[in-house]
Design a protein around this ligand. Structure first.
Ligand SMILES: *Cc1c(COP(=O)(O)O)cnc(C)c1O
Length: 404
């Protein structure tokens, strides 16, 4: 057997990892040993969890668990094919109908993830002669979709309507299609996209209007119907994306809109055509989740009550929770801005040692100099858990000189 000594062609990756280690932004994955819950065990340590997108506590809801188990018993564990070949089960269609009714739109298509929904949709509806006008802080899956479409990308300053209009005006005489797109809730700052003003612009310039409601699904609007409902701009947003992976508690993404938009995506969205559909258990779980949104509105009320308490207390402690050099949060996502990436990750590690999981977020996920601990409130955090977390944040914040 040849034992040729071959130089490792991937050695440049090791060098880049070493760079991260020098910079102090190298991380290990924290491993959850039990359920995704407000108090749980990561790497063998009991912590208050301030990092989960499980806004309503649905990951462990008895009704959702039971739905998943029943669907598994009835239909097995997998769908066996992509949707267009043999992988469309009755339960997939039922979920799409359920979501379309909930959102009060003609039709809905479900993807394997929110990422796939965004990337698959943007790349399918636009081509190389078209334009995408995109908020600076839009999610990576929108950016990837835009790149895949080969459309020209015009980025406007975060929530800056005048800049968005300037970008639209600069291409007003171009024949290509224009897609104006924003996150409903921005995932790193927790502020809300200015939908009414953007809808006005889309109408004025004849652009397609699209919203990515990943962090608004189950959080904003009546029973968690999202930002279109929150702002009452029904009928003015052509493409609404949502996720099933955050507040809904399972996994997946969806697109809502006209019947023809959805039919078109059935024919052209590449993740739909080339990647296997959800296991029946996931579809069943999501159907049950939408029932819970309608039957248990108190979960959303509790989420907002906890959110108000949390923001008030963090500000009282003296943390920078946005609004000065970064956008001000209006949702259960509250960033604690630290600035330096290395210091942020140190803060996060110290919090963990004291029993609080607050994930540090650094460049490139947020701009250089805007590193932060992103905290997320849920409906299921108890007051005791929050008090404990606030104690630890205050203590460690002072010890590290982040608080006076
Ligand atoms: C999380 C997120 C997504 C991706 O959703 P997944 O279902 O986790 O793939 C898309 N857009 C935004 C704004 C998000 O925050």
């Amino acid at each position: 057997m040849a034992t040729a000594t071959r130089t490792n062609p991937l050695s440049y990756l090791t060098e880049q990892l070493n760079d991260l280690k020098t910079k102090g932004t190298y991380f290990h994955l924290r491993v959850l040993e039990d359920e995704q819950a407000p108090e749980c065990t990561f790497d063998g340590k009991r912590v208050i969890n301030l990092a989960s997108n499980n806004y309503l506590g649905l990951t462990t809801h008895p009704k959702l668990r039971e739905a998943a188990l029943e669907a598994t018993r009835k239909y097995g564990v997998g769908s066996g094919a992509v949707r267009t070949i043999a992988g469309t089960m009755r339960i997939h269609m039922q979920l799409e109908e359920k979501i379309a009714r909930f959102k009060n739109v003609e039709a809905c298509v479900v993807f394997q993830s929110g990422f796939a929904a965004n990337a698959g949709t943007v790349s399918a509806v636009l081509g190389k002669d078209d334009f995408i006008i995109s908020d600076q802080l839009n999610h990576a899956s929108i950016i990837d979709g835009a790149r895949l479409s080969r459309a020209k990308i015009l980025v406007f300053e975060h929530k800056n309507i005048a800049d968005a209009e300037a970008k639209l005006a600069s291409i007003a005489d171009q024949s290509g299609k224009k897609l104006l797109i924003t996150d409903g809730v921005f995932s790193m700052d927790g502020d809300i996209g200015p939908l009414p003003a953007l809808c006005d612009l889309a109408e004025k310039y004849g652009a397609i209007m699209m919203v990515d409601d990943a962090h608004a699904s189950g959080v904003l609007g009546r029973n968690g119907r999202g930002t279109v409902d929150h702002f009452n701009v029904h009928g003015r947003v052509d493409i609404q994306v949502g996720t099933l992976s955050k507040a809904i508690g399972a996994l997946g993404g969806y697109v809502c809109g006209s019947r023809d938009l959805i039919e078109f995506l059935y024919h052209r969205a590449r993740p739909f055509l080339f990647s296997t559909s959800h296991p029946p258990s996931v579809a069943a779980t999501c159907i049950a989740a939408f029932e819970v949104l309608e039957e248990e509105p108190q979960r959303i009320e509790k989420l907002w009550e906890n959110t108000r308490f949390w923001k008030k207390e963090l500000a009282l402690l003296g943390f920078d929770i946005g609004g000065k050099t970064t956008p001000a949060s209006e949702t259960p996502i509250t960033p604690i801005i630290i600035g330096d990436g290395k210091r942020t990750l140190e803060f996060s590690r110290e919090l963990f040692k004291e029993g609080v999981l607050g994930t540090g977020i650094t460049f490139p996920t947020v701009p250089e100099g805007k590193a932060r601990i992103r905290t997320i409130m849920t409906a299921t955090h108890t007051r005791d858990e929050l008090d404990h977390a606030l104690n630890v944040l205050g203590k460690v914040g002072k010890r590290m000189g982040i608080l006076n």
